[in-house]
Design a protein around this ligand. Structure first.
Ligand code: ATP
Length: 253
């Protein structure tokens, strides 16, 4: 079992400016992927950054298993891989594990590489990698310390469409094979619906939850891999679009 994530009245303001996020409350109890969608500026990245410790919330709490989240419990993948160009794939992944005894570190790195299909590329340097492979290294690096919470901030948005679909399969594979709670920011509704068992729509600023849908996983219409052309998928997509768009304003005559 994963530990329960309890977010309560989380609010973030930068300086004296009005809040850009919250108050936002949410409970995640279990594994799988929760997708977060919202227009640009709705506070998605700020939300994940507050959970990871990269930003300090102005108000509110984020607890994992009843205790404040510790940065060591969180893995983060950004839009760009942010690899160290002088280190091999293996050593990039091992970088944050220096506290572990050597054999344990090696095991963690090998397991993370195997999970994302990188074992054969262990000795490559970042300049030898395609964009998709580099992002898989970033994913493996985030997973190697076995985080409870994996935060993915638009990790696929810089990839070409084919590579992107393959990466979606890798993320789904991770979600199905290890115990981790995943929060995924994406602008792509099809991606959210292809991967997630819950989708949260933020609207803002300040970013607030305007829709929170649990995908009925046991409904055969939503079995993985999901059929993106099915009526159920398209109906859910319509719901998300409606939540993203503010209600039309009646035109004054
Ligand atoms: N360090 C900062 N200082 C001041 N304002 C900030 C800072 N970081 C974010 N903001 C503001 O907070 C608001 C929300 O930004 P955020 O990046 O969280 O939105 P987002 O939904 O992730 O957008 P996008 O989809 O474009 O990445 C924006 O108005 C942004 O300008």
């Amino acid at each position: 079992m994963t530990r329960r994530l309890d977010i309560s009245d989380l609010t973030k303001a930068f300086g004296a400016a009005p809040p850009v996020l919250g108050p936002l409350s949410l409970t995640l109890d279990g594994e799988g992927i929760t997708a977060i969608i919202g227009r640009s500026g709705s506070g998605k990245s700020t939300f994940l950054r507050c959970l990871s410790g990269l930003e300090t919330p102005t108000r509110g709490t984020a607890m994992l298993g009843g205790k404040p989240i510790r940065p060591a419990e969180v893995g983060f993948v950004f839009q760009e891989p942010r690899l160290m160009p002088w280190l091999s794939v293996r050593r990039n992944i091992a970088f944050g594990l220096s506290h572990l005894p050597k054999p344990e570190r090696a095991r963690a790195v090998e397991a993370a590489m195997a999970l994302v299909g990188l074992s054969a590329a262990a000795d490559y340097l970042p300049k030898q990698l395609s964009g998709g492979m580099a992002q898989r290294v970033a994913l493996a690096r985030a997973l190697a310390p076995r985080p409870d919470l994996l935060l993915l901030d638009e990790p696929l948005s810089a990839l070409d469409p084919l590579t992107r679909e393959r990466m979606q399969d890798h993320i789904l594979h991770v979600a199905q094979h290890i115990r981790v709670t995943i929060l995924l920011i994406t602008h792509d509704m099809d991606e959210a619906l292809a991967l997630a068992n819950r989708v949260i729509v933020l609207r803002g600023p300040p970013g607030r939850i305007v829709l929170d849908v649990t995908i009925p996983e046991h409904d055969p219409a939503y079995a993985f891999p999901r059929d993106r052309t099915s009526a159920a998928f398209q109906a859910m997509r319509r719901r998300l679009i409606d939540a993203l768009e503010p209600a039309p304003v009646a035109l004054a005559r």
